[in-house]
Design a protein around this ligand. Sequence first.
Ligand code: CIR
Length: 264
Amino acid sequence: MTAQPAFYFNRAIVRRPARSVTDGLRAVDRGAPSYEGVAAEHDAYVAALEAAGVAVEILPPLEAFPDSVFVEDPALVFSEGAVLLRPGATSRAGEAAALAPSLRAHFDTVIELPGPGFADGGDILTMPGEVMIGLSARTDRAGAEALTACLKRLGRKAQIVETPQGVLHFKTDCSLLDGETILATARLAKSGAFERYQTVIVPEGEEAAANALRVNDAVFVGADFPRTIDRLDSLGFRVVPLATGKIGKIDAGLSCMSLRWRSA
Ligand code: CIR
């Protein structure tokens, strides 16, 4: 198991949003985001990754897959290799195959998650000493167990945990802040999954801020969450606020738009 900090990244893969992103999946319809609005948020996100010291490969849009801008879900990447996942939403099933060529170009080891289960990258939180796999509507027990076996091949230990009812992905409600600290919603922290870690709880009413993203010395946080930003700032984190109002309409946050790893 690597002791390398889980937030030191020098490489990332992103995919430009397709015009069909306006049809992206959502649990509650609060109106479709405009394509231009999503594209602007995506551009700013890529610029923030680059400013944080990450070399970003930008893949072309895939019109057939409205949610394909959220590359985090069909794959999982580490310095030591990648796993092609089996997304739990039918409309996203083909996204893993579309990512495969890029992953094979970057990694010597690319493991395909065996069926019949499902697992989405949004349910996976990589900590320095373990990988937490959240069960959700997108990641079932069979998928989580198959993924545990794949992770073992990569020398990584997994722990299967629960995602609160009604929450899309495990990481919808949490993110890593540093090697021992997790930003989480109160409802997820209550589940006991983080007993071995310190937690920073997002203020009530800012639950969507929990999907932040630590990248090197920066923490990307949704710009619409001033109380979370103040809290992290006062704890000494270097906060980079980024707009998420448009992708938020299709249930996405800041981890979803990239696959990140440290390459030697
Ligand atoms: C979906 O429902 O699959 C997309 N509309 C949002 C995916 C967000 N991804 C993530 O949290 N990792």
